[in-house]
Design a protein around this ligand. Sequence first.
Ligand code: RRO
Length: 333
Amino acid sequence: MNHSVSLSGQIGRLHLDPVLLNASGPWCTYDEELRPLAASRAGAVVLKSATLEPRHGNPEPRVSCDREAGTSINAVGLANLGYEGHAEQLARLKAEHPDKPFVASLAGLQPEHFAVMARRLGPVADALEINLSCPNIAGKPQLAFDPEASRRVLAEVRSVTTCDLWVKLPPFQDDRLVEQMAGILLETGVQAAVCINSPSGLDLDLETETTAIHPRGGMGGTGGRDVLRVALWNVRQFSLCLGEKVAVIGCGGIESGADVLKHVLCGASAVQVGTTYLMEGPAVFARLEAELAELLQKKGVAQLGVKRGALRVLEAAPEGAWTQNQIRWKDGR
Ligand code: RRO
């Protein structure tokens, strides 16, 4: 480990060191998955989204990974222990890892379920991630696409717990809708926006001409390499709208230390890793930490935080130099 570079940061009351976390979803439901994660270099542990009752989720195969393409697709359907099960699990794991922050994730199937779960989990978790963006529940629109319902849920949750609140958002594609949601986050006093949950997508096998997963007609939430630029757009837009009052946690397409730095330059205070954690397991956090520290050292930077939001917009060429649709080729040819 490179001790000359600091990769720590602060989100609300939580000190994260390093600011590299798992994304809720892969390998974070059962004690046997969470124990090695808690023992890893992850700066905090995020649990699978909980519902009021335990759920088996959708029929399998419901997760597919393509190592070569660096992508995943899932339609897990909120398989989890139920919020009571996760509350008991948190107490067990926190006793074993008193110095590791634990974040419980909540996904109400009805809007009123969020506050019920927050009341129980708030006192035992270090932060609550409010999942307004599960893409895989048949017949249930994502709450985050209903601004008034989102405002009500967040205000209600805020009123029942003093715990730090993070809000897991879907990918937005429109500036005005980002502004509207950012206004709701500022108004309801949450500590962080997590950008982004899985964009809806479809993967298939050309040889067999079948979908990569079974549930929901083969459609689900996509993750990995494809998602990086969509995530960066959301991180940048939300961090510009939220300013210093609400932190942004970047999530999407992180495979390397360089990808972490991209999220941070766009405004992320911390990042979550989903597909690459799914593929590599808990050892991914030590790898990303080493790569990021080496990259920063090469740049002569001692503290990751100085790069937060430091992205500069490319300057326009002088008007006289404009040609027709001149293209910049990244390979320089
Ligand atoms: O369980 C899932 O199918 C799931 C959830 Br709750 C989520 O928030 N995001 C995702 O890609 N899958």
